[in-house]
Design a binder for this molecule. Structure first.
Ligand code: NZQ
Ligand code: ZN
Length: 387
């Protein structure tokens, strides 16, 4: 067990009917609210009216800022920052999935500085006193509702970069599983893949050889993400399944799984971000296309770890350590196929000839994330296994 500090300041209101509290929770932080949301799903499922009603009854003044796109872009962040400054907003409320919450975090950070917000993403500036943020989560996936990270694409440089800062945790997040019932099957699956990936990243990059507490927590979250996703795909309105998936995805990236693991990496995401930057693929779909190849590249170097994963997550008991390691990867890949998430980049129509361009792009993020064990050649070799 490595030394660690675990401090997650986000207050979570979980369950049916919790959306009604967003107004009171938000005006505790400010009365001039920048309301950030996407391209319309909250209007189709009735959530928009509930949020407006709650903010109005809490006597908030609302400045609306719709139009966040999936895989949010820097240019839209810039406009949101200007709007927040012009209207002297003192709090931001995000209603959406990870893209909306991430963009809202970037607006919070940029609204209180004069320099380009992108300097936070390239490590040139550090966040000091951003605007406070409340959220209503509408898609179980990113964990952004209870973490300090965010990911934005700079379309001018084709870079999809992410960073975290302790001042950027949402103050309060409302998690009502009911509002995720309108998420279609494909994005439900991509969200579950993302949650599984968040756990795999730490599970396979920790260098601590003995982490029984974290291992069983992570293995349980992976099993829950897959099983609850399977139940949702049988009935998109299954509240219990939506609730299990929602809380699992939040726990998968709120700091708990990494506590005590010491140094960990995020290599599958480092590569996936380049796929989303270049081809605008859904984040979870990009991950399921990269994960099997990344695992095949590493399995022989960490066979016992991969064998433990196979045993504990898929109950694979027979055969050598190497055989179990290989079968665990096949079992995970088979689950991706079962939920209709691609298992290679060819299925995303990404040609093999693009591999060096992708590797070069991914390396720019690996440098910002100080991933010293990666170089372009290694990333190319991994991507060759993702074809
Ligand atoms: O535009 P809207 O209306 O929001 O529609 C969205 C979007 O089209 C739709 N949707 C969301 N909630 C819905 C709904 N449709 C019907 N009913 C609902 N209740 O689903 C589509 C995808 O939404 P999006 O927010 O893009 O998905 P997700 O939550 O998976 O977020 C993906 C973003 O999260 C970032 C990714 O990079 C990506 O940009 N991540 C953020 C992380 C973090 N902050 O820690 C970590 C993650 O690894 C991830 O990188
Ligand atoms: Zn992710």
């Amino acid at each position: 067990m490595q030394n660690f500090v675990f401090h997650n300041p986000t207050k979570i209101l979980f369950g049916k009917g919790t959306v009604a509290s967003i107004g009171d929770e938000t005006v505790l932080l400010g009365k001039k609210v920048l309301l950030v949301y996407g391209s319309g799903s909250i209007k189709n499922n009735g959530l928009y009216e509930q949020v407006i009603q709650s903010l109005h009854s809490a006597e908030a003044t609302i400045i609306e800022y719709p139009g966040v796109q999936s895989n949010p872009v820097l240019s839209h962040v810039h406009t949101g920052i200007e709007l927040a400054k012009e209207n002297n907003c003192d709090v931001v409320c995000a209603v959406g999935g990870g893209s909306v919450i991430d963009e809202a975090k970037a607006i919070c950070a940029g609204a209180t500085v004069q320099h380009d917000v992108w300097k936070f993403f390239t490590g040139k500036k550090s966040v000091r006193n951003p605007l406070p943020l409340t959220t209503v989560l509408t898609l179980a996936a990113s964990g952004s509702e209870m973490n300090s990270g965010m990911v934005i694409t700079n379309t001018e440089t084709s870079q999809k970069f992410g960073f975290a800062n302790k001042h950027l945790y949402p103050k309060t997040s409302i998690l009502d599983p009911t509002v995720t019932c309108s998420v279609p099957a494909d994005y439900t699956a991509y969200g579950a893949v993302d949650a599984v990936a968040h756990v795999l990243e730490f599970y396979f990059t920790t260098v601590d050889p003995y982490t029984p507490v974290q291992d069983r927590l992570m293995e349980g979250l992976i099993i829950n993400a897959m099983e609850s996703c399977d139940r949702v795909l049988q009935n998109l309105n299954d509240y219990k399944a939506r609730a299990d998936l929602m809380w699992t995805a939040t726990l998968a990236l709120n700091g708990l799984t990494g506590a005590g693991l010491g140094k960990v990496g995020f290599p599958m995401h480092m590569i996936e971000h380049s796929l989303s930057a270049f081809y605008n693929v859904p984040h979870g779909a990009g991950l399921s296309a990269v994960i099997p190849g990344w695992m095949r590249y590493h399995a022989n170097r960490q066979a016992p770890r991969f064998a433990q994963f196979a045993e504990r997550v898929f109950d694979i008991r027979e055969g050598s350590v190497e055989k179990k390691a290989e079968q665990g990867i096949e079992a995970l890949s088979a689950w991706f196929t079962k939920v209709k998430s691609p298992t290679n980049i060819t299925a995303l129509n990404i040609p093999g000839k693009d591999i060096s361009k992708i590797a070069e792009n991914a390396m720019t993020l690996a440098k910002v994330w100080r991933m010293k064990d990666y170089n372009e050649k290694k990333i190319e070799e991994i991507l060759q296994k993702c074809l």
